[in-house]
Write a protein of this length. Structure first.
Length: 351
């Protein structure tokens, strides 16, 4: 794709909060009503011929994304559903702290897409000198008008990443996001270049039915737990006692844990009782191949599922999403969890 884009496109922008629109207060940076929208009106680049027409829906309560909740994902998804037919693409302005969770969650909640949904934020507020906000917003708008994209993406610092593959890797640098297990979908230089072979195919928009089901959050009590040298099995036991429905177990390397019969006993009991336990690696790059080592094989026998190369954010939000369905049997949920639904995992890597 070259620099000149067709501009007869309309993009719907959802502004949820985050550093991007914050201003300095006596207590530190905080979002300020109308600030970002008014500021954008003063930047001529946003009204250039090659930028699509856009409408910004500023949410009533702008939040630091540390406060995002699954209910907010449903609200964002509902907003997109309502406006899906009237716009060519969507941009979500959001804090960077939980941007990868939101992008992952939306990839599952929205399901099949035939239009782009681009999530972005910034490291420096638009109110400050050297801000990356307007560059990230401008490119997100241009990408949201690109008809080759039909998935949830995260755009940040010149890179377009698959939303459910992205992780925040840097709290200081401008290059805050990466997708360690999947190449970037595109890059912005002199030209805006897309790796078209890697993009998700267009799918029929099929979210409506699931939004209603997803209101049922209590079924989706999920957690992430990391093992470490000296891990006390009692910790696992206590976590599982909290009526958990799903657990992302963060293991070593290719999906290994220590040789501890007590841990295996606890996991076996929980999975037999219907808790879905997913094995994800503490490594950022590579996949779980739980059968490679004896210690990992014990996890398979205990009923722990392979999370392959899913990020924590993807595994957690996929669990949340799948467990929200009242109709799906446990076996169906388990089957979908290890299947590649929207580009979140690379299948067939089990050893
Ligand atoms: N704490 C901020 C947030 O996530 C950080 C940011 O936006 O970069 O809302």
């Amino acid at each position: 794709m070259g620099r000149s884009m067709p501009v007869n496109k309309r993009v719907y922008v959802i502004y949820t909060g985050g550093t991007i629109g914050m201003v300095k207060t006596v207590n530190g940076y905080a979002p300020k009503k109308n600030y970002l929208v008014d500021k954008i009106k003063t930047i001529v680049d946003f009204y250039h011929d090659e930028v699509p027409e856009f409408y910004i829906h500023e949410y009533e309560h702008l939040i630091d994304s540390a406060n995002i909740k699954p209910e907010d994902w449903i609200d964002i998804a509902t907003d997109i559903v309502k406006n899906y037919n009237d716009y060519d693409g969507f941009v979500i302005l959001h804090g960077t702290d939980t941007l990868a969770y939101t992008a992952s969650a939306l990839s599952f909640i929205l399901g099949g897409l035939s239009k782009p949904v681009i999530c972005t934020g910034s490291q420096i507020p638009i109110s400050e000198l050297r801000s990356d906000a307007s560059d990230n917003i401008l490119h997100s708008l241009i990408l949201a008008a690109n008809e080759h994209i039909s998935e949830v993406c995260l755009f940040f610092h010149k890179k377009l990443l698959r939303g459910n593959r992205a992780v925040k890797v840097n709290s200081e640098g401008m290059d805050a996001f990466s997708s360690p297990n999947y190449p970037a979908l595109g890059e912005v230089g002199i030209d805006v270049k897309l790796d078209k072979a890697r993009l998700q195919p267009k799918m029929a928009f099929n979210v409506q039915r699931k939004l209603e089901e997803l209101q049922n959050f209590q079924r989706s009590k999920v957690a992430i737990l990391s093992i470490f040298p000296g891990f006390d099995p009692e910790i696992l036991s206590q976590v599982l006692k909290s009526n958990l429905k799903g657990l992302v177990l963060k293991t070593y390397g290719a999906g290994n844990i220590m040789d501890n019969p007590k841990i295996i006993e606890i996991l076996t009991k929980a999975s037999t009782e219907g808790v879905i336990i997913v094995n994800c690696s503490q490594c950022l790059t590579g996949s779980v191949k739980a059968g490679v080592y004896e210690a990992g094989t014990a996890l398979i026998k205990a009923g722990v599922l392979s999370g392959f190369d899913m990020t924590d954010e993807a595994a957690l939000t996929k669990l949340f999403y799948l467990l929200s369905s009242e109709r799906d049997s446990l076996e169906k949920v388990k089957g979908l969890l290890v299947e590649n639904l929207y580009g979140e995992l690379t299948e067939k890597q089990e050893g």
